[in-house]
Design a protein around this ligand. Structure first.
Ligand SMILES: C[S@@+](CC[C@H](N)C(=O)[O-])C[C@H]1O[C@@H](n2cnc3c(N)ncnc32)[C@H](O)[C@@H]1O
Length: 382
């Protein structure tokens, strides 16, 4: 299985899924290995509960046998873990989780087979915002946004969230005390959506580092039109879809759950236009509906792993056509192993692979701009 297929099977960002591991854990004989890798490498830093559950499953031959009866792409650790939590499994020791699975196996199977990992992370707007602001400023026009692989469309509201960009110190941490707090404050850029009451929007925190190619925006760019495409758009007015989005957030990541709920509340007020279908089939027609007097930006995060090489090439060609015919901009925020460059390579030239591992590469109009935290938590300018 290729790394790309493996990533697609896992179906989410490196952090969310244990993708990019480089192991052969997705092969038929390797399901236990896949879970062990997830439980010992991917999960421990983010969720001790998921780490324990995945290690428990890896050592549970009977359960592995049952999981192996599902189609390959349904065996990914995150899917069964999220399905169980969707159905009410509580954070706790593996033995209780195992009992829960036994008691609810038919329902867990049904959820695994009918759902997929569609984690929708509003935090990614933090790593997109500087590029969006720069495009809008350079064009002197507000933005029209299309997100391909939009899930529920929460990343289509960069103008409705608040931001806190904190510049990293070049020479290490500040230490502690009042002076340190002042120093950190001096490196912080805060932005709030126009006219919004504090507390009614999530504030996205992002640590920035590296030589900033342009000043961080002084204000949030205006968005006059927004739309998304997804194979299966999630409906924020459907309680099951909302519960599924919540179940996809890892158990101990309360701040992400809080952020998700705040973003959902904003999107529920005026849901974006979401078109159901394959991004390659729908993009041109949707782009034709964007207002001509706005700067059109097509963007995507954690989506390209789902496409095979042919699908990604077709998408690249469409983006080239849209750039030529419509002046459309393109922001790609993806795990580096699935980013195909114009020269056919899939990593950034002259970059140590380890620097990118577990993080995303942000490309602006095909050019590497930054390495981004997979949930928008950091932005390292290139
Ligand atoms: C991991 S989610 C990421 C969602 C969103 N981009 C974000 O960053 O929060 C990937 C989404 O891509 C969608 N997707 C995968 N392949 C697609 C395709 N060929 N066309 C449209 N959507 C697709 C999936 O249904 C899923 O909702």
């Amino acid at each position: 299985m290729s790394p790309t297929e493996h990533a697609a099977a896992a179906g989410d960002s490196a952090t969310d899924s244990g993708t990019d591991s480089g192991t052969d854990s997705g092969t038929d004989s390797g399901t236990a290995q896949w879970y062990r890798h997830f439980g010992t490498v991917d999960a421990p830093g983010s969720s001790p509960c998921y780490a324990a559950w995945a290690v428990g499953i890896a050592g549970d031959a009977e359960l592995i046998r049952r999981i192996d009866q599902w189609p390959h792409k349904k065996r990914q650790p995150l899917l069964i873990l999220a399905a169980a939590r969707f159905l009410g499994a509580q954070v706790g020791p593996y033995r209780e989780f195992r009992t829960f699975l036994d008691d609810h196996w038919a329902e867990v199977s049904e959820i695994v087979l009918s759902r997929s990992t569609q984690t929708n992370e509003a935090g990614r707007c933090a790593t997109l915002l500087p590029s969006l602001a720069q495009i809008s400023a350079a064009e002197g026009r507000p933005l029209a946004l299309i997100e391909v692989g939009a899930s529920a469309g929460l990343a289509l509201f960069p103008d409705r969230y608040g931001y806190e960009f904190v510049g990293a110190r070049a020479d290490g941490p500040d230490g502690s005390g009042a002076g340190a707090a002042e120093a950190a404050e001096a490196r912080t850029t805060r932005l709030a959506p126009a006219g919004a009451t504090p507390g009614t929007f999530p504030v996205l925190h992002c640590l920035t580092s590296g030589p900033v190619p342009l000043p961080l925006p002084a204000k949030i760019p205006k968005v006059v039109w927004r739309a998304g495409i997804d194979l299966n758009p999630l409906d924020l007015h459907n309680p099951d879809d909302v519960a599924w989005l919540e179940a996809l957030v890892w158990p101990e990541q309360e701040f992400r759950l809080e952020r998700l709920r705040q973003a959902i509340a904003i999107a529920q007020e005026r849901p974006p236009l979401l078109v159901a279908g394959d991004l390659n089939d729908q993009l041109l027609e949707l782009a034709g509906r964007a207002p001509a007097d706005a700067a059109l930006v097509v963007f995507h995060s954690a989506v390209m792993a789902y496409l095979d090489a042919g699908g990604r090439s077709r998408f690249r060609r469409t983006m080239e056509d849209l750039a030529a015919e419509r002046g459309c901009h393109w922001l790609s925020n993806e795990g580096h192993s699935v980013v195909t460059q114009a020269d056919g390579s899939n990593v950034v030239p002259e970059m140590d692979d380890a620097r990118l591992r577990g993080r995303f590469l942000l490309l602006q109009d095909g050019q590497p701009a930054a390495i981004a935290g997979p949930h928008g938590q950091s932005l390292e300018w290139l």
